[in-house]
Design a protein around this ligand. Sequence first.
Ligand SMILES: NC(=O)c1ccc[n+]([C@@H]2O[C@H](COP(=O)([O-])OP(=O)(O)OC[C@H]3O[C@@H](n4cnc5c(N)ncnc54)[C@H](O)[C@@H]3O)[C@@H](O)[C@H]2O)c1
Ligand SMILES: [Zn+2]
Length: 360
Amino acid sequence: MRKVDVKTGRSYSIYIEHGIISETGKYVREITKAVRAVIISDTNVAPLYAACVQDSLNEYGFETSVFVFEAGEERKRLSTVEQMYAFLAEHNITRGDIIVALGGGVTGDMAGFAAATWLRGISFVQIPTTLLSQVDSSVGGKTAVDLSYGKNLVGAFWQPSLVLIDPDTLTTLPDRFMRDGFGEVIKYGCIRSKALFERLADEDSPDLDEIIYECVSIKRDVVENDERDTGERAILNFGHTFGHALEKLYKYSGITHGEAVAAGALLLTEITERKGMTAPGTAEKLRSLLIKYGLPTETPYTLKDILPATSGDKKSSGHKLSFVFLRNIGDCFIYPVRISELEDFFNLMGKKSPVSKAVG
Ligand SMILES: NC(=O)c1ccc[n+]([C@@H]2O[C@H](COP(=O)([O-])OP(=O)(O)OC[C@H]3O[C@@H](n4cnc5c(N)ncnc54)[C@H](O)[C@@H]3O)[C@@H](O)[C@H]2O)c1
Ligand SMILES: [Zn+2]
């Protein structure tokens, strides 16, 4: 059993343990006197795990019900949340009751948003079942839904009261989503942990529990320093400005989020390395690791396509875009670039220096 405590506006614990979902009731009972618990899950996850979670909650005296929505990012919308509100109303869910989000990031973000807004806020528990949600979205209290104008445009900061991570749930996760999650895992290594990066690179099948624990610990540290995302939390965005642009260029199909972040991170690091801002050899190390985890190292798109597609990125503030550059593996810094100077900046940076031209 591994445990990570998070000290934010609301403090909570994250438990990582094989089979822990079958003990959900015990852990939830420790943090609430709620009479009712509503499990929110999607059409892929509910048939696999909802009964186990529900049985355990029943055992600890909760009156339970299950709300299931159709799986997929397309459903991460206000219309689905509205259906949740109707369900909560019909089941007389009061402010003392609790929501249990069981699923990937889509479920967690949306159930969290419903919890943040139902009766002006009720407690919720995260039981993430994808690698991405276990290492990233279940921790930190960002909840959201998408609009047709863009992803995650409507949301709230609303911390969970408990996070239960059961690595056994990953046994049913399709490979594509495992790879996707590894895109984010590698990101953590790049920005904060050379040791994690090296373990991923050196070991044949690194211990997944330990990897999840390390990623969650890094996210905890960053979120504790910057709960509302006004400073340091931006480092979690490494590879994401280009990654989001790539997702947009692919029209959100044919490339997953983690794949786009991977390709974006590598392109960015190649550029900053050429410019001398990143230690020599860093991009090559990143490239090898991405290949090892089946992540893309290139796309059909060049900076010419990518730069215009970065405008409107959520991480822009005023007229600047905040990039995250690597100084070295495990060491990063935030580098704001004026949007009006974006092309100059990257064109300039993209040019090989005469020396590197001479050698090859
Ligand atoms: N809140 C945050 O801080 C944060 C951070 C990163 C990403 N996100 C959000 O997370 C979302 C992506 O999360 P995701 O990749 O987990 O997507 P997801 O929730 O759609 O899950 C991916 C797919 O896997 C299925 N699935 C989930 N667990 C499974 C399991 N154990 N076995 C079999 N199938 C399973 C789901 O039904 C879905 O089809 C995006 O909407 C993104 O915006 C939020
Ligand atoms: Zn991401």
